[in-house]
Design a protein around this ligand. Sequence first.
Ligand code: DQA
Length: 144
Amino acid sequence: MKILVINGPNINMLGTREPEIYGSTTLEDINCELVEYASTLGDVELEFFQSNHEGEIVDKIQSAASFNGLIINPAAYTHTSIAIADAIKSINIKAVEVHLSNPQTREDYRKISYTASACVGVVAGFSKESYKLALLGLVNKINE
Ligand code: DQA
């Protein structure tokens, strides 16, 4: 099974970006841990993509029809991007939204997610473990 993992704007800054909120782990470390975790779930192959640009994320999603599933941390675009939500809905694969922090406990403007409605589930608030929980849930959904 092939899973695409997309991270949105400023996720490339993990490690130095607001460590009190996002922790001190880098995106590369998170991706490495996720590859290791994926190997415990059977035949699960991961591809990673990070962009700070909404249109690039839309393009990547549109080209993802050959994947079995999508894990996406849209970052700030979660709260603004109808375009990314529409792109996820335009491809026929299951998606899970993931967040390191729990946006529901933060500023009001983070409490709305445009992208969640395009996803089969949302995992938020478990720091880097959110990605592993999202992968487990997504693989189970795909295997259902
Ligand atoms: C985030 C939460 C968003 O509100 C924020 O804009 C991010 C990161 C998270 O993973 O906790 O950039 O998606």
